[in-house]
Design a protein around this ligand. Sequence first.
Ligand code: PMP
Length: 407
Amino acid sequence: PTVFDVQRIRADFPLLARSVHGKPLVYLDNANTSQKPASVIEAVNTHYREHNANVSRAVHQLGEEATAVYEGSRDKLARFINATSRNELILTSGTTQAINLVAYSYALPRLQPGDAILTTVMEHHANIVPWQLVAARSGATVKAAPIDERGELIVEKYLEMLTPEVKLACVTHVSNVLGTVNPVREIARECKKRGIALLVDGSQAMPHRPVDVQALGCDFYAITGHKMLGPTGTGALWAKREHLEAMPPFFGGGEMIREVRFSGTTFAAPPHKFEAGTPNIAGFVGLAAAIDYYESVGFEAIHAWEQNLLAYATDRLREIPGLRIFGEAKEKEPVISFLIEGAQATDMATLLDLQGIAVRSGHHCAHPLMQFYGVPATLRASLAFYNTREEIDAFIVALLKVRKLLM
Ligand code: PMP
């Protein structure tokens, strides 16, 4: 195996070279959105310079090229997550759209008063609010499985809550706040035994680990492209074919029909049935380049580097008096939420920014999780494989400075 040359990797990410407030940028907000390698930026740029046209509408050369690259991205993503067929992948604007599609197209038609959707306390609002909206329309309820103090899902409770009135189970693969990796395979196995479909929010897993939807055994897997080196406004819903065949379309318009008549319209087969209107063609060209980038580095190397950084950053943070880390699961991706006693998260993030350190402060779109811990907000440092130990050191130095200022 080759040595992980982080400096060579960093050189592929133009933005990492910039400074902020006169200080070298230390970008530790990767769970929010990742930076993009030059190959992704170039792919988008080249698409607009040389191939731009709409998809599936024109027989001219450019139209064919645009269709080929767009559909090629679907193929690439399908292979990347080991889907059994490219037709199981609906390209969306991100996880939010993917989950809403399942909410309105899968869940809503089958929800009766008294039914329930199961989610968890650690979810992003994108895996809570769509369920509340369809529950309100149908008289169903949303139940949330609990977590423990370490930030691990209490799996026995989750399984206990998979009662017959549950029509869909949901769980995040990786928590965007705690970094916790959930035992998706085990949950999927139990859901299957009970005949309940399982939706997994893969937003925070895809940037860090190889995902194999067949091995996971879930029914739906939601993906967002901008956290995995791709452009904003890209993502996907992977779903088992049987579900896609049965689901009615959610958005109507061009591209998703077979024949339109005022006496009745027929729809295209999946995945096109769910892709009304002109998609983010250039974005998906970029996402395909992002997948190429991951494959060129390899998740084995990425995982080893990130886990090493996570352990180092966690140890260094633990040296700081009064610092509390939220989320100490046995299996974590490199996300660390924390607070320092007596200091407001937003004040700290603002002062860290002046030192060139980009971290996120706030509720991270996870109000129920903040309520569980009894805090309004946390600071979150989230790492990527292009981060370095030196950056962690700079972060710790800045944090100590900020702590002094605020104490
Ligand atoms: N789920 C999780 C776990 C996330 O971290 C995010 C993004 N913060 C989302 C869903 C929503 O993703 P997007 O805004 O790209 O649709």
